[in-house]
Each structure stands twice: as structure tokens, then as C-alpha cells.
Write a protein that binds this ligand. Structure first.
Ligand SMILES: Nc1nc2c(ncn2[C@@H]2O[C@H](COP(=O)(O)OP(=O)(O)OP(=O)(O)O)[C@@H](O)[C@H]2O)c(=O)[nH]1
Length: 567
């Protein structure tokens, strides 16, 4: 009961409702139980409240409804405050509370109505904390609708007004997220660190962790995979304990992508699986799309084709949801902007032409037809544009594949092999772990081409790649680095194990059938092997030394494996 916490009375035994409401206001996010008790205490005396107190009470009731998840009732209370309260501050609070709920409900146009109000009146709000909280909500709205330039303008205004405390921490997060999507090339690591430190110093740990996930995405985009991983893993316990699902999902998603790139496939898979655990959740559809793609890539690289296809199907389902969602947001935004412009135009027109009212009716009819056409046109443009973006993205994916894989053998091409091998070697160098390199070259391949033709030669190359791929692990990096020259980087393998693997590949190649042509084609290959203990971690040096061993095999009569000796 409230009285046990100390009653606030206004002399002569009368309860000071204003003070009760103020008390409720101050504990609304820190002591939920007391907050509810205070509202219950005031409720029976509603009629005795002053007008101002009545609206304050209704506003706080809205807050209580929203907290309990009764969003329709919360909207009713907040709207009542917004429509009828004379106190500008309360009206303003009603507006940004409505934006938050409409954003949660994904009712973009309705949210936009109140966003415009907040932007229009914020300068009249003298309580800086409330004014800034309203603007932070607006910034968040624009980020949600991918209107990053608008979000950045809001951040600029708040920073110019020397925003403080939690609002500053929130807007720094919004600003970094907008920049990450808008102009990532202009971002620097120090900006993330400054924001994280600021939020941490004022104990806003959840927001600090949200910014850490943006930081991790930034590092991932800049190919700094190890750091992208450590930024999250160092704080993973705090992130998981936050119970903030969106944050947790974003963190898992970036971890799974980064672990995939550094070839830690089991860990990458476990994080991606956690992201997709609850099925397609519209409020965080992007990480789900990314995670299905990662799962598909992992299973495909492990040759688990049926599972890979399942993930690809899921990926395509969630991609469609993501695409529809983006389209809906863009359309809502375009229509909302159009309607605002149209409203402004009409007001000016009506002011100017007040004297010719009879023409106004005609005009609005025309405008209505005109509006309909514009809306249809806009919808068509947005559909076409998003369809085009989708098409371009698909074409980009195809181009990306072509740029990374050798079309004849479907293994990595030289440049992608080099890129992957170098980052793997960097990674291994840091932890001083061993890796080996095998290089092999087909014997007398020119003769095969000359005797049986280039098409038969191509078939040989593709079969050689296939048998070797079957013989190595999924973590090994396998590429075609020349016409009939191949390389395999084996992380964690010592020279003696690599030699054994090379020997197995050599035997498998020499046992290749004579194909469907019935021609008796005999194929062999010569191998050279070295490891990081003998040749260090620089790819160029490893290749040169393995090549030296390969030519020793050739000189010794071909169809054999030689190991580089560090004299
Ligand atoms: N069919 C086919 N042949 C290729 C391809 N790329 C390179 N070659 C051929 O591979 C042959 C390589 O010949 P050489 O470098 O003389 O080597 P080799 O005949 O294998 O002899 P050794 O390496 O000394 O055992 C050339 O005839 C190239 O035309 C390709 O993509 N397809």
C-alpha cells in the first residue's frame, strides 16, 4: 500500500495528487510495482483532480498499458492526451510515445504523423530532457525507415544542442547506425570507441552493447574479422543477460558471418542456428536473412547438398519477407511525404483564394483524382525500383561467384585462393599454429590436349579437381592457380600429414577412369609440399618452396610427391 511508503499530503489531511503523480513519474521505469500502486491510489479520486492532473494521470495510465503490452489501450490514452491536453509538454510526450508504439506495430504512416508534429514544435519545448527524448524517437523512426540522411540531421541538431546523458548515448548509437548504412567509408574506429565509452561511463550498458554490434559490423565490412569477433565475444555474457532479443540476434548474426569467413564453420553454424531459432521474425528479419545464407554456404561447402538446399529455400522465403518489408516502408514514406506536401499546398492555396470558394470544391475533386493517379504512379515506381534492386542484387551475387570460383573446376580461382589463404595464414601466424601447402601439376598435360583434344583436357582438369576435393577437409583451401596447376592450403596440418594427403591425391588421380570417351587417357600429377615451420607464413614464400619441391618431383620422373627441404 502506498501509505506505507510515506503519504504525501497537502495540509489538513488532503492528499496532494499532483505530488503523487510526480512521484509515480519519477519511479515509472525504476520501480514498476510502486508506480502501479501510485496510479491505483489516485484512480478513485480522478474527478477530484485538476484538469492538468487529469491529463497527467491519463498519460501515466498510457505508460502503464504500454508496459503491460496493452498497446491499443495505450494508444487510446496517449491519443486522448495528444488531442485534448492543453499542457504542451504533455502533448509532446504523448506524441513521441505514440511514435514508439506505432513503430513497434509497424504502422509507419501513423508514426510519421506524430514525427512531423515533434519536428514542428520541439523548439518550443523548454524541458531539454523531454525535447531531446522526442528528437531521439524521431531519429530512431528515420533509421527504422532507412531514411538515414534525415536521421543524421536529427543527430546533428541534438549534438549542436549539447544533448546529455542517456539521450546523448542513444543518439550516438542512432548516428553510428545511420552512418554505417549511409556513408560507411567516412566512419572511423575511434567514433565507435568514444560512443561505447560514453555509454559505459553512464552505465547505459545495453546501449553500449548495441553500439558494439554496429562496431563489429563495421569491422566485418573492413575485413577485420578477428576484431569483429572479439568485440562481441568479450561482452557476450552481458549481451545475453540483457534479454534484449534484437541486440542478441544482431550480435549472433555478425559473429556467425565473421566465424564463417575465418573458416570456423562449427561455431559459425551454431550462432546462425540461434538466430533462426524462432523462425522468421519481422522485427529482425535482416540478421535472419544473413544467417540462412551463412548456413547455406556452410552446408554447401561441406557437400551436404540436401541440407544446403533446405537453407537456400528458407533464405529465399525470408528474403522475400525482407523485400516486402522494405517495399512497404519505402511506399509508406513516399506516400507520407507526398501527403504532407499536398496538405501544405492546399493550405497555402486556401489562404490565397479564400474569396473564390466555389472554385475550391472543383479543385479538391480534381486534386482527389490527381492524388489517386500520383499514388498509383508512385506505387508503380517504388515497385519497379525495388524489383530492379532485387534483380541487380541477384546479378551481383552471380558476378561475385564468377569472380571467386573457377568455372571449369568449381574450386577457388587464383585470386580468391590467394585472398583466403593469406587471411588464413595471418590468422595462424598470430597463434603460431602450423599450416601446410601442397602444390601439384598434371604430367605431360600438353600431350593429353594434343592427343585427345581440349574438351577431353578440360574434362581431365575437372575430374582431377573433384577427386582431390573429395580427399581433403572442408577447412582446407583449394584453388586452381594456373592452367593445370593446383594448390591446397591445409590449416593445422604438419608437413608429414600434408605429404600423406598429397600421396592419397596422387594415387586417386592416377586411378581416374578413362572417362566416357572410351579413350585410354592416363593422368598423373607431380606434387610439392612444404609447411609454415620450414617456409614461414608468407604465401609467396610457401608457394615458391612448394614449387621447388614440385619440380624436384618432375625431375625425378613425375607421378610422385616431394617435400621441400630447408637447407
Ligand atoms: N584443356 C585445357 N588445357 C589447358 C588449360 N589450361 C592450360 N592448358 C594446357 O596445359 C598445357 C600445359 O603444358 P606444359 O606447361 O608444357 O606442361 P605439361 O605438358 O603438363 O608437362 P609437364 O608439366 O612438364 O609434365 C598446355 O598445353 C596448355 O594449353 C585448360 O583450361 N584446358
Amino acid at each position: 500500500m502506498f501509505l506505507s511508503c510515506g503519504a504525501i499530503t497537502a495540509g489538513e489531511g488532503l492528499t496532494d495528487y499532483s505530488a503523487l503523480l510526480k512521484n509515480a513519474e519519477s519511479v515509472k521505469s525504476s520501480d514498476r510495482k510502486l508506480f502501479s500502486e501510485l496510479l491505483l491510489e489516485v484512480k478513485p479520486h480522478f474527478e477530484a483532480l485538476t484538469i492538468e492532473e487529469k491529463y497527467h494521470f491519463i498519460y501515466l495510465t498510457g505508460y502503464e498499458h504500454a508496459y503491460q503490452g496493452r498497446l491499443e489501450s495505450a494508444i487510446k490514452s496517449y491519443k486522448h492526451v495528444f488531442d485534448s491536453a492543453t499542457n504542451e509538454l504533455l502533448k509532446f510526450r504523448g506524441a513521441f510515445s505514440l511514435v514508439n508504439i506505432y513503430l513497434f506495430n509497424r504502422e509507419w504512416s501513423k508514426a510519421f504523423e506524430y514525427v512531423q508534429y515533434i519536428q514542428h514544435v520541439n523548439e518550443k519545448i523548454m524541458d531539454m530532457n523531454i525535447r531531446h527524448l522526442g528528437l531521439v524517437t524521431v531519429g530512431y523512426f528515420y533509421v527504422e525507415l532507412s531514411q538515414f540522411d534525415y536521421a543524421l540531421n536529427i543527430a546533428k541538431q541534438l549534438i549542436a544542442e549539447e544533448v546529455q546523458g542517456r539521450n546523448k548515448c542513444l543518439i550516438l548509437g542512432i548516428k553510428l547506425r545511420a552512418l554505417l548504412n549511409f556513408t560507411p567509408e567516412k566512419l572511423e574506429e575511434s567514433q565507435f570507441n568514444t560512443a561505447i565509452n560514453f555509454c559505459r561511463d553512464i552505465s547505459e550498458n545495453v546501449i553500449a552493447n548495441v553500439i558494439r554490434t554496429h562496431y563489429s559490423v563495421f569491422l566485418y565490412l573492413n575485413k577485420n574479422y578477428d576484431k569483429a569477433i572479439s568485440v562481441i565475444t568479450e561482452n557476450i555474457q552481458q549481451i545475453e543477460e540483457s534479454n534484449y532479443r534484437m541486440l542478441i540476434i544482431e550480435a549472433y548474426s555478425v559473429l556467425s558471418k565473421a566465424y564463417y569467413v575465418v573458416n570456423q564453420l562449427d561455431i559459425a553454424k551454431s550462432f546462425a542456428e540461434k538466430v533462426v531459432l524462432d523462425g522468421p521474425q519481422i522485427n529482425y528479419i535482416n540478421p535472419i536473412v544473413d544467417s540462412y545464407w551463412t548456413l547455406y554456404q556452410i552446408e554447401e561447402s561441406r557437400n551436404n547438398y540436401s541440407l544446403a538446399i533446405e537453407y537456400l529455400k528458407k533464405f529465399s522465403e525470408v528474403k522475400t519477407i525482407e523485400y516486402e518489408d522494405t517495399k512497404a516502408k519505402q511506399l509508406a514514406m513516399e506516400l507520407a511525404k507526398y501527403e504532407t506536401k499536398d496538405k501544405d499546398n492546399q493550405i497555402t492555396l486556401l489562404n490565397k483564394e479564400n474569396q473564390i470558394l466555389h472554385l475550391e470544391r472543383e479543385f479538391s475533386q480534381e486534386t482527389a483524382t490527381y492524388n489517386r493517379w500520383i499514388i498509383i504512379l508512385l506505387a508503380a515506381i517504388v515497385t519497379l525500383m525495388t524489383g530492379w534492386v532485387f534483380y541487380v542484387k541477384r546479378a551481383q551475387n552471380k558476378l561475385k561467384y564468377l569472380a571467386q570460383y573457377d568455372s571449369l573446376t568449381s574450386i577457388f580461382n587464383r585470386s580468391y585462393f590467394t585472398q583466403n589463404a593469406e587471411s588464413m595464414l595471418d590468422y595462424y601466424a598470430k597463434s603460431s599454429r602450423v599450416a601446410s601447402l601442397i602444390i601439384f601439376d598434371l604430367d605431360y598435360f600438353k600431350k593429353i590436349n594434343d592427343t585427345y583434344g581440349h574438351i577431353a583436357g578440360d574434362e581431365v582438369l575437372s575430374r582431377v579437381a573433384k577427386v582431390c576435393k573429395e580427399n581433403i577437409r572442408k577447412v582446407d583451401i583449394f584453388g586452381r592457380i594456373g592452367g593445370e596447376e593446383f594448390a591446397i592450403l591445409l590449416p593445422g596440418c604438419e608437413q608429414s600429414q600434408a605429404k600423406q594427403i598429397a600421396e592419397e591425391c596422387r594415387i586417386k588421380i592416377s586411378q581416374l577412369d578413362s572417362f566416357d570417351t572410351n579413350q585410354d587417357i592416363s593422368v598423373t600429377a607431380s606434387f610439392g609440399v612444404t609447411d609454415t615451420a620450414d617456409s614461414d607464413y608468407e604465401l609467396k614464400k610457401l608457394i615458391a618452396n612448394a614449387d621447388e619441391a614440385l619440380y624436384l618431383s618432375k625431375r625425378r620422373g613425375r607421378n610422385q610427391v616431394a617435400v621441400y627441404i630447408n637447407a
